[in-house]
Design a protein around this ligand. Structure first.
Ligand code: PLP
Length: 445
């Protein structure tokens, strides 16, 4: 087992120094920087592994922050892209966008109409605009700790139960809140957002009773993978659906992570609850930069009538649309065999983590779902929302575990996702690495 802390990554460090001279911070995203580590430059990929320029091998459970469900070498997927590329690379309206939209409609039953975007942040912002246009109302409700992209209006914010309108402040001890804070945000950007806790139906009921006539939409991840993988309590999603219908609030599922990973039909298929609008990105493009938003015909009508603006030079780029067609075709084959495999490996990883943690007396639960599992250090048997996490999770160990796993070559983003190229040997490696970290932790606990 490698330990990067003990290795000199000479070529990698030289690349970082070079990158630092021409790319701000020498990295691609603030979130892709691991505290205390220099970013890793990928020289080549093989199976579910990649190698840095010094020849070190990494077991990749980050899979490009989620998108690469098929892995990075699927020949058939490549062919879908190459076939489109060979027709000439014009970012224009062709048949492939219709095929992509039809493929999505076939998977996600409640969607009537879609539009394309380039990333999850853009799709979320557009869904909010559509909801505002449809309802004629202004406020957006989102949940504490949830992440919907890096743009001013949907990033971060805190609130109090007495006053749910978001403010741009650091909340002490809340690591998630601190990493979504930014300088340079427009002064009024968060003032149209209200923040309440996930899995707290009475709080939503009270808010809707008091201010439902001002609220355009509720935007959230049906399984908030970004917030300790909390799972909706029984009846919660149904309750939210009911409240939204009663108060004419548009219900938006942000399926940027759960989409095409939780199930081919997403959270609607998995939970049996249908939102009004959806956003998808990451997995839907199998590694290419594409997102979509869409939903019920009457809600998308503003775009149909050109009253709600949706525009962009590269939206629906043929190569990205071909990626959607390729991904959905391949995932649907053999009765969804690839997602079944990913689920099986994810469950195996979760069980391995739990078993080894128990052997070392480390209080651990695993949340999320098999396609994106989140190890959470707590003595409780579940964590239901941000407030619960702040009170009952050990965030220091949470980040220590993630950092040490990265150093041991198990590339992760606090959550762990498998792809079609993972093998049982890869899972075993990750479990052995976890065992080593639990052993280290046991000495401090
Ligand atoms: N929504 C969720 C749930 C996400 O996890 C992310 C990104 O991680 C986004 C939206 C934003 O997507 P993107 O980074 O493609 O803009």
């Amino acid at each position: 087992m490698i330990d990067l802390e003990l290795l000199e990554r000479v070529k990698n460090d030289a690349l970082y120094d070079r990158a630092f001279q021409c790319i701000a911070g020498g990295m691609l995203s603030n979130y892709k920087h691991k505290e205390g580590d220099k970013p890793t430059f990928i020289a080549r990929t093989e199976g579910a592994h990649f190698y840095d320029f010094d020849g070190n091998k990494y077991y990749d459970f980050c899979i490009n922050y989620g998108p690469s469900v098929l892995g990075r070498h699927n020949e058939r997927f490549r062919k879908f892209l190459m076939d489109e590329l060979e027709k000439g690379y014009t970012p224009d309206l062709k048949e492939i966008q219709i095929e992509a939209a039809e493929a999505i409609k076939k998977c996600v039953k409640g969607i009537d109409l879609i539009r394309f975007a380039l990333c999850g942040s853009e799709a979320d912002m557009m869904a909010v605009r559509v909801a505002r246009g449809y309802t004629g109302k202004n406020y957006v409700v989102k949940f504490a700790g949830h992440y919907h992209g890096a743009f001013d209006f949907i990033l971060g914010g805190t609130s109090t139960p007495e006053n749910p309108v978001a403010v741009d402040e650091e909340r002490e001890g809340d690591i998630y809140n601190s990493i979504t804070n930014t300088i340079g945000r427009g002064k009024h950007a968060l003032m149209d957002t209200m923040i309440i806790e996930f899995n707290d139906l009475p709080a939503m009921e009270k808010l809707f009773e008091e201010r439902g006539d001002e609220i355009a939409c509720v935007l959230f991840e049906p399984i908030p993978v970004n917030i300790y993988g909390c799972v909706p309590e029984p009846g919660y999603l149904e309750g939210v659906r009911e409240l939204c219908t009663k108060h004419n609030v548009v219900l938006i599922f942000d399926e940027v992570i759960t989409g095409f990973r939780l199930a081919l039909g997403g959270a609607e298929e998995y939970f049996g609850v249908t939102p009004d609008l959806w956003t998808f990105s990451k997995a839907i493009g199998g590694g290419f930069p594409v997102a979509i938003f869409g939903g019920k015909k009457e809600i998308m009508e503003g775009i149909v009538e050109c009253k709600t603006l949706s525009a962009g030079t590269f939206q629906g780029h043929p190569l990205c649309s071909a990626a959607i067609v390729g991904l959905t075709t391949i995932l649907a084959e053999n009765d969804g065999a690839i997602l079944k495999k990913i689920n099986r490996l994810g469950n195996m990883l979760a069980e391995g983590f739990l078993e080894r943690a128990k052997a070392h007396n480390i209080p651990l639960i695993v949340q999320g779902f098999p396609g994106a599992i989140v190890p959470v250090f707590t003595t409780k048997d579940k964590i239901i929302n941000n407030a619960d996490a702040l009170e009952n999770c050990d965030q220091v160990i949470y980040f220590y575990f993630s950092t040490r796993m990265n150093q041991l070559g198990v590339y992760n983003l606090q959550r762990y996702s498998c792809c079609d190229e993972h093998t049982e040997d890869d899972i075993q490696y990750a479990i052995e690495a976890a065992d080593k970290v639990f052993e280290e932790l046991e000495m401090f606990m």
